[in-house]
Write a protein that binds this ligand. Structure first.
Ligand code: ASP
Ligand code: MG
Length: 413
């Protein structure tokens, strides 16, 4: 029998009527003769409410207790959805993450899935039941409950689709797919019919905000992921690995424009130019969980060099504290920080074999009087660090400059 995994986010199960409407959607899929596993998130903002509650009784809630507490949000949603399904005449059963056989490591609040024992789910499916699984949670070898990190139900859904060898994973959310740019910034942004896993990872910072680990899992296990709205029947976007096709369609075009605001830059001047200095600088940052993005090292003069890198504005003070210690140790010059920056990126798997993307990006920004502070590239992305107040205009200019507002004859919309 064919099998599909559905996932419904918190905003899709925010109240009783929405839960009933999700139950009807699942029933429709089941009536087509397909086996259905449905993964649900906690209702509405209830995870945030639980976090607030925990903080109101404890200044530093114990991570084990926090995870057990947060796991209850998903239990509420999954039991209610199962009741609603039974009311529609469907046979259904709700399972906690641990009952569904989701085994994780012990890193509370950020646990990773080690394996999924599918026996219980397969037994229930074999008996004709719809299986409703509480998202975002699992169990350790010591039988403690863990959670996978905020937004982790996407990862639950893709992990189940991979291990159950489902035909595909369908993520239902409050936006109807992946767009060429954030539609709130670029009104003429178009919805994409399909996108590759790699491109999705680059574009996931707006619109359909999926848990990045779910896309990585999808890519590793080759699970097609369909993202669509739970509120209507509008066709969504298929994320899959058919990169050749995507590349052919995009040879002359980018796939989308991404933008990250609240970027900060740290510059360390006159760093001694010898082996080990960059490692000494970045290892402590990595150890404290601060992720560093764009890194630029200048050519050295007088055996010293300047190193600049960006971090999220939220991490700036923690990063500065770490770097200050190091600056003293390695004997470099001044330490400067700058806030109010943004990264704008042109993304497209077509660009790795086609020259001209970078020059076009720089020309568009130059004509728009946008100054570029730093530049980085990957095989499928070119990013420029610019002033944050110019970011939205830059996204609009690049969207037009790469003709993303024009319908793509290859994808029929
Ligand atoms: N309920 C959790 C959260 O709000 C997990 C999820 O929504 O996927 O982060
Ligand atoms: Mg949620």
């Amino acid at each position: 029998m064919s099998l599909v995994v559905h996932k419904y986010g918190g905003s899709s199960v925010a109240d009783a009527d929405m839960i009933k409407s999700v139950a009807r959607r699942i029933t429709d899929a089941r009536k087509k003769g397909t086996g259905v596993v449905a993964v649900v998130s906690a209702m509405g903002d209830s995870t945030d409410d639980l976090i607030d509650l925990a903080r109101s009784v404890s200044s530093q809630p114990h991570p084990r207790e926090m995870d057990l507490l947060l796991s209850t949000g998903e239990l509420v949603a999954c039991t209610l959805l199962t009741m609603a399904l039974e009311d529609l005449g469907q046979e259904a059963v709700s399972l906690t993450g641990s009952q569904a056989g989701i085994h994780t490591d012990t890193s509370h609040g950020q646990a990773r899935i080690d394996r999924v024992d599918t026996a219980r789910m397969l037994q229930e499916l074999g008996e004709g039941r719809i299986v409703v699984v509480a998202g975002f949670q699992g169990i350790t070898e010591d039988e403690d409950i863990t959670t996978l990190g905020r937004g982790g139900s996407d990862t639950t859904a893709v992990a189940l689709a991979a291990t159950l060898q489902a035909d595909r994973c369908e993520i239902y959310t409050d936006v109807d797919g992946i767009y060429t740019a954030d539609p709130r910034i670029v009104p003429e942004a178009r919805k994409l019919d399909e996108i590759s896993y790699d491109e999705m990872l680059e574009l996931a910072n707006y619109g359909a905000k999926m848990h990045p680990r779910s896309i990585e899992l999808g890519a590793v296990f080759n699970v097609p992921i369909y993202v669509a709205s739970s509120f209507n029947q509008t066709p969504g976007t298929l994320i899959h690995g058919n990169a050749d096709k995507v590349e052919m369609e995009n040879r002359i075009k980018a796939t989308g424009i991404a933008c990250t605001k609240n970027v900060a830059k740290i510059t360390v001047r006159s760093v001694p130019d010898r082996p080990g200095v960059a490692a000494a600088l970045f290892e402590p940052l990595a150890q404290s969980g601060i992720s560093v993005d764009t890194i630029v090292q200048n050519t050295s003069e007088d055996r010293t060099t300047d190193i600049s890198f960006t971090v999220s504005g939220d991490d700036l003070s923690a990063a500065m504290a770490k770097v200050e210690e190091l600056v003293k140790e390695i004997g470099s010059g001044a330490l400067i920080s700058e806030v109010g920056l943004a990264a704008v990126s042109v993304v497209g798997s077509g660009m790795q074999h086609t020259p001209g993307y970078a020059s076009r990006m720089f020309r568009v920004l130059a004509d728009g009087k946008v100054n570029i502070d730093m530049i980085t590239t990957s095989e499928i992305r070119i990013s420029c660090i610019i002033r944050e107040e110019q970011a939205e205009e830059a996204v609009r200019l690049l969207h037009r400059g790469f003709a993303l507002d024009e319908p793509d004859p290859a994808d029929g919309n």
